[in-house]
Design a protein. Sequence first.
Length: 130
Amino acid sequence: MLRAFRAELSEGSGSRVRIALNNVRAVFHRPHPRKETDKGAVKSMMQDKGYLARIEFDNEANIFHGEVINIPDVITFQGESVEKLKNAFVDSVEDYLKFCAARGEQPEEPFSGRFTVRLSPDQHSFRHSR
C-alpha cells in the first residue's frame, strides 16, 4: 500500500524498515506482536542524543516497545530485555541519522520542551507587581 502512494521504502539495520512519504521519514522496528498494549503496560522514558522515547512493556507478549516522541518523524524499536531495548533504541536512532544522511536531508532536531514567551517591559513589570 505504501508503494501505491509512492513512498520510498528501504531496509535499515537489523529488522528495521525505513519509509519516506510526503516529507515525513520513519524508521520502524518489525515485527510487533500486536498493535496495542494491554492495561498492565508499564510506561517509562529513555533518552539518547537528545531523542526522547516513551517505553511500554507488554505483559502478554513479554516485550518492551519504544517510540521516539520529540520529533515529527517516526522512530520505533523493541527488545525482550532492558539491555536489548537500550541497544535497539541506540541502533534505531543511529539508523534514523544514517537514513537522513543517505537521503541528503537533515534529521529532525528534537524538541527542547521549552516554550519561550517575549513580553514587553510593561507586561513584565505588570506580571511581577501582582
